[in-house]
Write a protein that binds this ligand. Structure first.
Ligand code: HAM
Length: 430
């Protein structure tokens, strides 16, 4: 028989505890709730864009020479012969939506967040997937260094709330276009004598995007990159001042960071402040989140010239870091009550009771197949229901049931009409 399996690099999120607890949907819900709360604390509002965009969007934004555009996009032609791409990242689509909908004209602050799947055709490995999920935030219209700091603070606040430890914030500035031009020349001058010993990828990048060589993970490039000149020495005074202020405001908030002048990020739209948060608990794919300023993007996509800064964190990596620390979900999707009916009349009355309890806001599971009582009891405990009620002829005659709390074994008599109130926690059961 044919077996149907997922494409490589993809996974299911399921409501059961598996070998990989980070794939449990209880945990996803909890983490996503905290992400939404943190976004709200910082004044960000949700934006949702389609999973598909026209391929053309990502070429001038993420960058033609970037790994994402050159080899990782899921692109295809639709039936109308349009070239479409499953979004590999969230920033370009959000800015496209802001420009297309003229959202910048709305009398509000323009701080937007998203929780969304992204698609990159990369080599799958632990922590690297072909469909991954990001929580991202983009702040539009503020060029103050404090806006950069607010974004980093929000990321830091999120990780703190999630109790993640062993994190380092790496910080750099890529300066403006002119600063980068000067640096590019200086870097090429330095790299030229080493060109033949650089990795094949880096040799290709020498002319197209030499800054990306700084980001190379290839062993043969490491020592050469170590001795490279620092971009921070090429910053124009206004960029230097901006970067100094970012560091100053971060220190004011007590947020620790490490300046790393080789940090360039893998997407072409950045300028000025860039940062990455790395986790010591994640192995090779240690980057848990990253972002920075990308001031030219809005005007490049046909909008006004507004400054922009943002960040995104990979949700899988957040969950895996939590798993590594032994953190689990406090949220449960288990039902409050498991109702077991014995006999035909009880099934009918129980069905009605279940309906009414749900109307009253109580989560109930009732088993409709007539199983043995013992089987139902063990199912209730496997499902981790909080309470069990057995409804039979006796209970119906008395108008009263025995409410059993599974964890403690405590049994309490409750009138049928009072069950919703008790289960909603409005009355303490004695
Ligand atoms: P990025 O660094 O490419 O930035 O991705 C953000 C985060 O997504 C990474 O730090 C990582 O945690 C996660 N991630 C990326 N690729 C994968 C993958 N294949 N599997 C699992 N997790 C992954 C961006 O995408 C920018 N749009 C961030 C940004 C927003 N910059 C400004 N605003």
């Amino acid at each position: 028989m044919t077996t149907y399996t997922l494409p490589p690099g993809m996974f299911d999120i399921v409501p059961y505890e598996l070998k990989e607890p980070w794939r449990m949907s209880d945990l996803w819900q909890e983490v996503e709730t905290i992400m939404r709360e943190v976004a709200h604390l910082y004044g960000f509002r949700e934006i949702r864009t389609p999973i598909l965009e026209k391929t053309q969007l990502f070429i001038p934004t993420v960058g033609e020479g970037s790994d994402i555009v050159s080899k990782e996009m899921y692109s295809f032609e639709d039936r109308g012969k349009r070239n479409l791409t499953l979004r590999p990242e969230g920033t370009a689509p959000v800015i496209r939506a802001v420009v297309e909908g003229k959202l910048y004209e709305h009398p509000s602050n323009h701080k937007l967040y998203y929780i969304a799947p992204m698609f990159r055709y990369d080599r799958p490995q632990a922590g690297r997937y072909r469909q991954h999920h990001q929580f991202g935030a983009e702040a539009i219209g503020d060029n103050s260094p404090r806006q950069d700091v607010e974004i980093i603070d929000m990321a830091y606040q999120l990780y703190t709330r999630l109790k993640l430890t062993n994190l380092t914030i790496l910080l750099n500035s890529l300066g403006n276009h002119h600063s980068r031009q000067i640096y590019r020349e200086r870097l090429k001058e330095y790299l030229a004598p080493h060109l033949h010993t650089l990795s094949a990828d880096s040799q290709l990048r020498f002319d197209t995007n030499p800054l990306r060589i700084l980001d190379s993970k290839a062993f043969e490039d490491q020592a050469i990159v170590q001795g490279a000149p620092s971009i921070l020495d090429c910053l124009e005074p206004s960029c230097r001042e901006h970067f100094e202020e970012v560091k100053e405001w971060l220190s004011l908030l007590g947020i620790p960071f490490v300046v790393k002048s080789e940090l360039v990020r893998g997407l072409d739209y950045y300028n000025g402040t860039v940062f990455e948060i790395v986790s010591g608990n994640l192995g090779a794919q240690s980057s848990i989140g990253g972002g920075g300023r990308y001031d030219g993007l809005l005007s490049k996509l046909g909008g006004p010239s507004l400054p922009t800064v943002g960040f995104a964190t990979g949700i899988e990596r957040v969950l895996q870091a939590m798993q590594h620390q032994g953190l689990s979900s406090t949220r449960t999707q288990a039902p409050t009550l498991f109702l077991i009916a014995l006999g035909e009349r009880a099934h009918k009355e129980g069905f009605l009771l279940t309906h009414r309890l749900r109307q009253a806001g109580v989560s109930v599971h009732m088993d409709y197949t007539t199983r043995k009582l013992s089987k139902c009891m063990s199912l209730a405990s496997q499902m981790q229901a909080r309470y069990v009620v057995v409804l039979g002829e006796d209970e119906l005659a008395r108008g009263e049931v025995q409410l059993k709390e599974l964890a403690t074994g405590t049994v309490t008599s409750v009138k049928l009409e009072g069950l919703a109130t008790v289960l909603n926690g409005k009355i303490e059961i004695s």
